[in-house]
Design a protein around this ligand. Structure first.
Ligand code: CP
Length: 307
């Protein structure tokens, strides 16, 4: 396995690494619960969440508990010694002394790497600013592969906040390992940053940019919607200018293939209307649920546990 000590970025993962994670998740998901609960007996996960989360934190906790391990950590850094000025590296060192593996989320890009470099235990990046969200990407790919039985040859559109959205940054990198076409649909001020497009060019990946969903919707296999990341904007005025640039509803999908799936990392605000939930295209709730087996797989692989 080439995964390494930590799981910080998708950028350097090979196709084989990704397939190993997805195959392991499938294997664990198909195991009886009693067998799952033997895998990480006596191991402890420290969940250090310096930024709000529902899905990532709860599914990491659920994953470790289902593996038979225990969980410590915080969801509110103001109740930890961070409030007294303790550094991230020192906080990580303390957590490493009390646990076997760390999952963390932090508002600063590069923070997961800082923590990983400070400790000997594996560190998993649960989202670092607008940089990366690699475990989200693994569950996104798991969801797509479950649906289509493959990751190759698909037309996958990333829509919404492509500038600040860490989920689409990680997903675009990972999809570069699988031949297919990427569509970037956004307001021009929230376009996919150059570094990601350069990466795709270097890897010979076909992509198109457009400001209109309607012009491409009939070509798509996957429509991956994202929230405009209010918390990353310099001020509310800038956010208000683009917050409603894309609103996807059932009406937007009239020309879509029957087999199109709509995904969203969630939470949604108003960019994905609830009338999509009742269409056969909606997959975002199953997608979030897939976070548990995928995070069980990552914990098991990084701790080199017997599965
Ligand atoms: N998808 C995701 O990261 O959700 P949370 O912010 O709730 O963890």
């Amino acid at each position: 396995m080439a995964l390494g000590k930590d799981f910080i970025s998708v950028k350097n993962l090979s196709r084989e690494d990704i397939e190993l994670v997805l195959d392991t998740a499938k294997k664990i998901e198909e195991m009886p619960r009693e067998k799952q609960a033997e895998i990480a007996k006596n191991k402890i996960l420290a969940a250090l969440f310096f930024e709000p989360s529902t899905r990532t934190r709860l599914s990491f906790e659920s994953a470790m508990l289902r593996l038979g391990g225990g969980v410590i950590g915080f969801a509110d850094p103001s109740m930890s010694s961070v409030k007294k000025g303790e550094t991230l590296a020192d906080t990580a060192r303390m957590a490493a002394g009390y646990s076997d593996i760390i999952a963390m989320r932090h508002p600063e890009a590069g923070s997961a790497k800082i923590a990983a470099d400070a400790v000997d235990v594996p560190v998993i990046n649960g989202g670092d600013g607008s940089n990366q969200h690699p475990t989200q990407t693994m569950l996104d790919l798991y969801t797509i592969r479950k649906e289509f039985g493959k990751l190759d040859g698909l037309n996958i559109a990333l829509l919404g906040d492509l500038k600040y959205g860490r989920t689409v940054h990680s997903l675009s990198y990972a999809l570069a390992q699988f031949p297919g076409k990427q569509y970037f649909i956004s307001h021009e001020s929230l376009a996919m940053p150059e570094e990601y497009k350069e990466y795709l060019k270097e890897h010979g990946v076909e992509f198109v940019e457009t400001g209109e969903l309607s012009s491409v919707v009939s070509e798509l296999d996957v429509l991956y919607c994202t929230r405009v990341q209010k918390e990353r904007f310099p001020n509310e005025e800038e956010y208000n200018k683009v917050k409603d640039a894309f609103i996807v509803g059932a009406d937007s999908l009239k020309e879509a293939k029957d087999s199109l799936i709509v995904m969203h990392p969630l939470p949604r605000v108003n960019e994905l209307l609830e009338d999509v939930d009742a269409t056969p295209h909606a997959r975002y709730f199953q997608q979030a649920k897939n976070g548990v087996p995928v995070r069980q797989a990552l914990i098991s692989l990084l701790l080199k546990l017997k599965i």
